[in-house]
Design a protein around this ligand. Structure first.
Ligand SMILES: C[S@@+](CC[C@H](N)C(=O)[O-])C[C@H]1O[C@@H](n2cnc3c(N)ncnc32)[C@H](O)[C@@H]1O
Length: 168
């Protein structure tokens, strides 16, 4: 008997982001029919309790105005035993690499991306939001505080991003 594909629900409160994603799914994947885009707020997920086996969020937690509330919502909709994986920017700690990365993030990237995209401010926002975001141990503690267990995190690419996992 063949495996039954489980639907993937994709949530964003920006309709244009979902539309952009939907175009990519339809062009690139036969599995697109299993992706259900929902325009909704990550801090008040329009989803029932205890429904999902897994949740992933990439470069999204940093953008929530109340990350703790978003984590509570993710916990609510996960089934018991379900897993959360968060990928988010972080700041490299290596004393040699850190100043080079800061220069890249705050000066080079907004300058070059501004020339290419015409939107320097978007890249300034990106740099500021990375600079102002929690240290990995603080986000991991927040995950534990809202009720996730087996919380782990590990830096990737010299600490430019960090992968966090936790279980309900
Ligand atoms: C940097 S983008 C990341 C998008 C995608 N995960 C990726 O890696 O390309 C952050 C996204 O979070 C969405 N976002 C921010 N706050 C949100 C919220 N409270 N509820 C739902 N989506 C939110 C934004 O609309 C934006 O599309």
């Amino acid at each position: 008997m063949g495996k039954i594909a489980r639907p993937v629900v994709a949530v964003d409160f920006c309709y244009e982001m979902l539309r952009h994603g939907a175009i990519q799914w339809e062009n690139g994947s036969k599995k697109a029919k299993y992706i259900v885009p929902i325009c909704g707020d990550g801090e008040y997920l329009p989803l029932h309790d205890l429904k999902f086996q897994g949740i992933t969020i990439a470069f999204g937690v940093r953008n929530l105005s109340r990350p703790e509330q978003g984590l509570k919502e993710m916990l609510r909709v996960l089934k018991t035993g379900g897993k959360l994986a968060i990928l988010e920017f972080s700041r490299p700690k290596n004393p040699l690499f850190s100043p080079i990365y800061k220069l890249y993030l705050h000066k080079f990237l907004p300058f070059m991306a501004g020339i290419i995209s015409g939107d320097k401010e978007a890249y300034r926002y990106l740099a500021d939001s990375i600079q102002g975001f929690y240290e990995p141990e603080i986000l991991a503690a927040m995950m534990r505080d809202v009720g996730f267990r087996e919380v782990r995190y590990r830096p990737l690419t010299i600490g430019i991003v960090t992968l966090y996992t936790g279980r309900k």
